[in-house]
Design a protein around this ligand. Structure first.
Ligand code: MIC
Ligand code: SF4
Length: 638
């Protein structure tokens, strides 16, 4: 009577009851971090004061901050390498590949739990594990052996039938899911894939779907572990990691979404939201200037083989810059061995490092006012590094054919058949992954000048008072709150410096104003903080003195991050009251002896008051009271 999600959660339950909406604590078997969130995570782990990680497996990947325009990113990498050595963590060296692609290839295991300081951690769900994205501090705490707390999600049955037609891709399946449920339709839900259509999807294709499930706001997404999973793990030399995992025949789900794969056609997400879906043919012919293929969504061997065979013997359009960032060294090795790399190069593609690259604005910013077509998962405003450029998200098939034509093109117009052959055995070479040392050795953390100490924050005040510092609308992403890109990412281990960039593209004056007014409040619309897991979007506002965010609703990971750093996330009882507050208003919130009941925001400027509520567990309130999760955890006994 259980679905897969319940089976894994049940097996890992250490606190609470598996009742929808209740908070539970689960044991975390594996963790992953990447470099742009990892420096904080290991500084936080250091602050917790445990000698080495207590998980079955923890991996530190370097894939985000890979442009070394000065010493700072490499300082971070050296710090991370020393932290991995000190704390017993596997270290994947720069250039080895993108964390999620690598984790799927080398470490993901059916039936296990994985917590990662990156929102696309659910990629691991492609092999049937519960893989969840979270802020760095949550991951640090999990590495210390503490449970991870989450709201028991609703489990949605995404029932796939039929078979994808030629040139329609796994990417189109997840774009279809986004078309149906939107960017907040997955909140506090797990998308569990079932049905006869599942069997037609390979593991990399399943990974594409679970990866981009993050864009629905879902807690995670998961596929069963079946004979296709077995074959994949065997081909990765990890047959022993396989176990069968299927829902019981009478498994219960809260909702059902049925998708007939045979009826799907190529889709595209228009700027500036992954939920803004249209059919490719509806915008066919739109001229584009850049095509970027890669990212953790679409950089697998399967994807790049398809691209190579579409580009084969053709040259990209004269107005197009085409970049390809392979997901891993394994992918590159295969492409070289089969000669498909040659096809890519001969067509005019620019082969980039095996890393996130343009996806997080690490190079390849498009020209001004241009349209860039990408196989990535996010097209948020400003994310490409060029403020007035527009990002369109598509499948590798659509990207490749469009690169040849110089305009958005339905790949079904391609003349000919593409037949790719996947290897029976993958080329396995883990020499760029440094395993933890078996001996207990003394290791010094290497702290270059770019690694600044963690700021400390004091316990919550009973009365929050100050000015409304900014009022923003619906769908504010973490990229609005704190953008990525070459200038800002190197500051991820330096909170005072990075706080200068809070709301950089929205309101450049925000940091100055916040400091001058000695902090205050943020007012927001629906789904505030959607997108990434970056906890910097909470720590840096906290550093600037932000006391509370009052919104119509919050995205899951950002809400947790706000709590973890002592910013109170509150919700309008009546969403229309949003209209009654304005920037510059002086307001006050009485926290009623910390019971957090009968909350209201008193507007001293407008002389009125507005009822507020919250969706916080008792535990989260305790964390807030302590001034954040670090002091809360340190007060507990390990
Ligand atoms: C992203 O895709 O936005 C990132 C960069 O991978 C983030 C993590 C980060 O901000 O470092 C994520 O998705 O969590
Ligand atoms: Fe990297 Fe982009 Fe994937 Fe984030 S979404 S992990 S930046 S490739």
């Amino acid at each position: 009577m259980y679905n897969i999600t319940e089976k894994i959660l049940n097996e890992h339950l250490v606190e609470g009851e598996l009742t929808q909406g209740e908070t539970i604590g689960i044991k975390i078997d594996q963790t992953l971090t990447q470099d742009s969130t990892g420096t904080m995570a290991y500084l936080e782990f250091e602050a917790i004061g445990i000698p080495s990680v207590k998980t079955e497996l923890s991996v530190s990947y370097i894939d985000h901050n890979i442009l070394q325009t000065d010493y700072r990113n490499m300082d971070d990498h050296r710090f991370l390498q020393s932290a991995a050595e000190k704390y017993g963590v596997y270290f994947s060296r720069p250039g080895n590949g993108i964390c999620h692609q690598l984790h799927l290839e080398r470490f993901a295991r059916p039936g296990k739990t994985l917590l990662g300081s990156d929102s696309h951690t659910p990629t691991g769900g492609g092999v049937g594990m519960i893989a969840i994205g979270a802020g760095g501090l949550d991951v640090a705490v999990a590495m210390a052996g503490e449970p991870y707390y989450l709201k028991v999600p609703k489990v949605i049955d995404v029932h796939l039938i039929g078979r994808l037609p030629m040139f329609v891709s796994a990417k189109d399946i997840i774009l279809e899911v986004l078309r149906r449920i939107g960017v907040k339709g997955g909140l506090n839900k797990v998308l569990e894939y079932t049905g006869s259509g599942v069997k037609s999807l390979s593991i990399p294709e399943r990974g594409t779907i679970t990866n981009m499930g993050a864009e629905t706001g879902a807690t995670t997404s998961i596929f069963p572990s079946d004979d296709i999973t077995k074959q994949f793990l065997e081909a990765q030399g990890r047959g022993d990691d396989w176990k069968l995992l299927e829902p019981d025949n009478d498994a219960q789900y809260t909702e059902r979404i049925e998708i007939n794969l045979s009826e799907l056609e190529p889709l595209v997400a228009l700027p500036h939201s992954p939920g803004n879906i249209k059919k490719v043919r509806e915008i066919e012919g739109l001229p584009i200037q850049q095509v970027c293929i890669g990212s953790c969504t679409n950089s697998s061997l399967r994807d790049l083989k398809i691209v190579a065979n579409i580009l084969k013997d053709n040259i990209i359009d004269k107005n197009i810059s085409l970049t390809i960032s392979p997901g891993s060294r394994q992918v590159v090795n295969h492409l070289i061995n089969t000669g498909e790399m040659n096809l890519l190069i001969k067509s005019g593609a620019r082969i980039l490092e095996n890393a996130c690259g343009p996806c997080i604005g690490m190079g390849q910013a498009p020209s001004s006012m241009s349209k860039t077509l990408r196989t990535f998962n996010r097209n948020f405003f400003g994310r490409s590094g060029t403020k007035d450029a527009e990002i369109y998200l598509v499948s590798p098939e659509t990207a490749a054919i469009s690169a040849l034509k110089g305009k958005i093109t339905d790949p079904r117009s391609f003349k000919g058949k593409i037949d790719i052959r996947m290897p029976d055995k993958f080329i396995i070479n883990d020499n760029m992954i440094i395993p933890p040392s078996k001996e207990n050795i003394e290791v010094e953390l290497i702290r270059g000048p770019n690694i600044k100490p963690l700021p400390s924050f004091s316990p919550l005040e009973k009365k929050l008072e100050g000015e409304i510092l900014i009022k923003v609308g619906d769908n504010i992403t973490t990229d609005h709150i704190l953008p990525g890109g070459t200038n800002i990412l190197p500051l991820r281990s330096n909170i005072p410096a990075i706080s200068d960039y809070i709301f950089n593209f929205v309101d450049k004056e925000f940091p100055k104003r916040a400091l001058e007014r000695q902090g205050g409040f943020i007012i927001a619309g629906e789904d505030y903080g959607q997108g990434s897991s970056r906890e910097h979007a909470a720590i840096a506002p906290k550093y600037l003195g932000v006391k509370a965010v009052i919104s119509k609703s919050f995205a899951r990971m950002h809400l947790d991050n706000l709590v973890n750093f002592g910013i109170v996330p509150l919700i309008f009882k009546n969403p229309n009251d949003y209209e009654l507050l304005d920037i510059g208003d002086r307001v006050q919130i009485e926290l009623d002896k910390f019971t957090f009941e009968n909350l209201q925001i008193i507007n001293m400027t407008k002389k009125n008051s507005i009822p507020l509520e919250h969706d916080l567990s008792k535990r989260q309130i305790d964390i807030l009271k302590a001034g954040g999760k670090l002091p809360y955890i340190k007060n507990k006994q390990f």
